[in-house]
Design a protein around this ligand. Structure first.
Ligand code: SF4
Length: 81
């Protein structure tokens, strides 16, 4: 889990909240993110990327944070804006 992902959980969600989702160059194309959240990730070339860089749902942010936990190389970040 990245430091930014931990930050998501430490903060209380609210109606105005938004989160930025990213995939770093550390991605090794393991595909776990696409398997667990196919609406949030896609492959472009050899790396995954988020289908939307900004999400505004706390539930979706929690889901993507859980996927970030499962990424074997910690390539996924979820940062509250
Ligand atoms: S789970 Fe991590 S390593 Fe695997 S494709 Fe997604 S971002 Fe890349």
């Amino acid at each position: 889990m990245t430091e930014e992902t931990e930050q998501v959980r430490a903060e209380t969600p609210d109606a105005e909240a938004r989160w930025r989702v990213g995939v770093s160059k550390a991605c090794i194309s393991a595909g776990i993110c696409l398997a667990e959240a196919p609406h949030h990730f896609e492959f472009v070339g050899v790396r995954a990327r988020p289908t939307a860089e900004v999400i505004d749902s706390a539930e979706e942010a929690e889901l993507v944070s859980e996927v970030a936990d499962d990424c074997p190389v910690g390539a996924i970040s979820v940062v509250r804006l």
